[in-house]
Design a protein around this ligand. Structure first.
Ligand SMILES: [Zn+2]
Length: 323
């Protein structure tokens, strides 16, 4: 028999599913905010996987990925293991259309949190105390920051073999080696022996079709790998489970603007480039000066600045280095 899942005094037994809440949080207006958690427990034993989105309230692609995932009939009735989905963890920032909480805190710097701390600290505490101990691993969905589009990628620590194995199963187009940062969910979960991989795709405040599609495919590949949902019949017809090769990038670097002006890119996110390739042009608004931005390394464009007006030193292009 599979394990029961416990949350807020409720038990979701094998073969059961339920919409529950992480906790109830009180706002200055006495308004109560409940954070919905969807638990789909299979009858047979298997891994418990967390799909979490909306840590930053303006990063919508992940919310859409989890939304699409939990409306599938095969996901709602897993054959084994347990699927735990939180489409919007940072509801307050999501409603405000902002990345951070009303007090300016970044929810992903509030971990492990505390019971009587700030709003962010309480949400972090509830996740760490209630959800993390019951899962085997999870995916935390993010997007690039303001005006930066990320090509769909998994970020994890390469020195951890289990991380690499899970990243291979998810098979996002790119996998980046990304050291831990203090007070993040990823690090605090790792301190408790749990693996959280971060998915990054697209840009904040915008839908990115490619990132949503790749995120969704990765979730389904993972669920199929652990035989939690039935295999994809279409994939067999095309002789391969997925149409691309995953590229592992142990190191990345930012290409910064050597001059201020208007930035025109010559490449698209995800493009493979060679050292010396023309990446873009920075020109002044008067039609006089044009500077070439040249690739300092060979690799893949993992992130791209979409801001047309840039200043000296601004981050323009994030390259995942192959050589
Ligand atoms: Zn984020």
């Amino acid at each position: 028999m599979a394990k029961p899942f416990h949350i807020q005094g409720q038990t979701i037994g094998p073969g059961e599913h339920a919409q529950v809440v992480l906790n109830i949080y009180k706002l200055p207006t006495h308004t109560l905010i409940e954070i919905p958690v969807f638990v789909f427990n299979g009858k047979k034993p298997g891994p418990t996987i967390l799909f979490l989105a909306g840590m930053h309230g303006d990063e919508i692609n992940g919310i859409e990925i989890v939304r699409q995932l939990i409306k599938r009939s095969d996901v709602m009735k897993p054959e084994r293991g347990c699927i735990v989905a939180i489409p919007v963890i940072n509801i307050i920032s999501f409603l405000a259309g902002s990345r951070d909480l009303p007090d300016g805190r970044d929810l992903n710097r509030c971990f492990p949190g505390s019971k009587n701390g700030s709003l962010g600290s309480r949400i972090a505490y509830d996740l760490i105390e209630t959800i993390i101990p019951q899962i085997d691993f999870g995916i935390d969905f993010h997007t690039g920051g303001a005006k930066i589009t990320n090509f769909p990628q998994i970020r994890c620590v390469f020195s951890d073999k289990k991380n690499l194995q899970l990243a291979k199963i998810f098979s996002a187009p790119l996998v980046l080696n990304s050291p831990f940062r203090d007070n993040t969910l990823r690090k605090e979960a790792a301190n408790r022996g749990k693996h959280i991989l971060v998915f990054e795709g697209g840009e904040s405040h915008r839908f990115d079709r490619i990132s949503i599609e790749e995120g969704m495919k990765g979730c389904l590949r993972t669920l199929r790998h652990f035989k939690m949902i039935p295999p994809d019949k279409k994939a067999h017809a095309h002789h391969s489970a997925h149409g691309h090769k995953t590229v592992f990038l142990p190191k990345t670097a930012w290409v910064r603007a050597k001059s201020s002006g208007l930035f025109h890119t010559e490449k698209q996110y995800g493009d493979k480039v060679k050292k010396g390739d023309l990446l873009g042009i920075i020109c002044d608004p008067y039609g006089e000066v044009e500077h070439h931005v040249i690739a300092p390394h060979s690799g893949y464009l993992v992130g791209l600045n979409n801001q047309p007006v840039i200043n000296q030193g601004d981050a323009l292009i994030h390259i995942g280095i192959t050589s």
